[in-house]
Ligand binder design. Sequence first.
Ligand code: AMP
Length: 309
Amino acid sequence: MKLLSIGTVAFDALETPFGKRDRIVGGSCTYIALSASYFLNKSGIVSVVGDDFPNEMIQKLESRNIDLEGLQIKEGEKTFFWSGRYHNDMNTRDTLDTQLNVLENFDPIIPESYKNSEYVMLGNLVPAIQNQVLDRLGNKVKFTMLDTMNLWMDVAMDDLKQVIAKVDLLTINDEEARQLSGEYSLRKAAKVIMKMGPKFLIIKKGEHGALLFGEEGIFYAPALPLEDVFDPTGAGDTFAGGFIGYLASTDDTSFENMKRAVIVGSAMASFCVEKFGSERIEDLSLEEINERVAEFRKLTDFELNLALA
Ligand code: AMP
């Protein structure tokens, strides 16, 4: 297996200025795996759901060549539930409810066929479980990427710092970078965070794009200004899935290739926000993805010859 992703497979209740959904499938792992599926023939996931999880979604994931041997289905238990409400600017949201349910006693079992995975995406999840997964993987791992959120900084900072120390790349949003580092300037925050372990850091700024930091320098990718943004849920995970899916498919972890991966991730995220939940990223065509990437190129491409005396 080229890529292994872990994270939540969830039910979400969402409220944005454009509408409301009471119970749709979401979860960090769902978005990551769907997004990465456009770049790989096959990938595996390690996660858990209850017996209330819809068969229809299982079939949809399988139809995108996502291997579900590592998805545990627990009889008599309920799937992880998260509920959030977005503010008017849609860049910020409040978590209204988090019910761990089946995640409370989750033992992440890694199928034999996943143990030789080379690329590992640790999607947003309890840091202790992210740690366990790293410990249980074989020595074939070439590249590990971690996503997390402010909640874990509040309630499990020690565990989180342990995982951060072990991964190659951390991706978080600007507010989380400030909380983790204690620095307001994102440049200073990046320095502090990279001293904690990761060689690379991506700071996401929602509709204001994303910054990639490495020893080689800084790269900035804008977000595409879209006509319709309905629901930002999962945009960060979709970004991460596109990023690591592209990286794994090209098998190149150089800074130059990561710049391309940031554009791919940003293009995938731009689709995600156009509809509620994961709907928009369930059936994309490669033409659509290519066109989006071309729009990104056009957005910042210009020639300038200043004839200054
Ligand atoms: P994003 O908008 O990229 O931050 O991801 C939103 C997804 O993360 C939703 O579909 C939720 O189900 C999931 N989620 C929310 N809170 C958590 C949490 N504490 N741990 C793991 N996943 C979560």
